[in-house]
Design a protein around this ligand. Structure first.
Ligand SMILES: [Zn+2]
Length: 71
């Protein structure tokens, strides 16, 4: 299911996590060559992706919302 990004935070390893409007969180790693997301490494890039939809597999699985504090 496609869900828009409403914010971001970092996990305990410093990886960026997108917060989706459905209440789920999703890692948005930049790990070339497997996952190329250079936009996630800059503040401007992350801001430019706000409101864009990511595929949320947690919605498809019917998983409960992620805790906004402890991810
Ligand atoms: Zn979701």
């Amino acid at each position: 299911m496609q869900q828009p990004i409403i914010g971001y935070h970092r996990d305990e390893q410093g990886h960026w996590v997108a917060e989706l409007i459905c209440g789920h969180h999703q890692h948005v790693r930049h790990q070339p060559p497997w996952t190329e997301r250079p936009w996630v490494t800059s503040e401007a890039g992350r801001r430019s992706r706000l409101g864009l939809a990511l595929e949320c597999v947690k919605c498809d699985r019917g998983e409960p919302r992620d805790n906004p504090v402890n991810d």
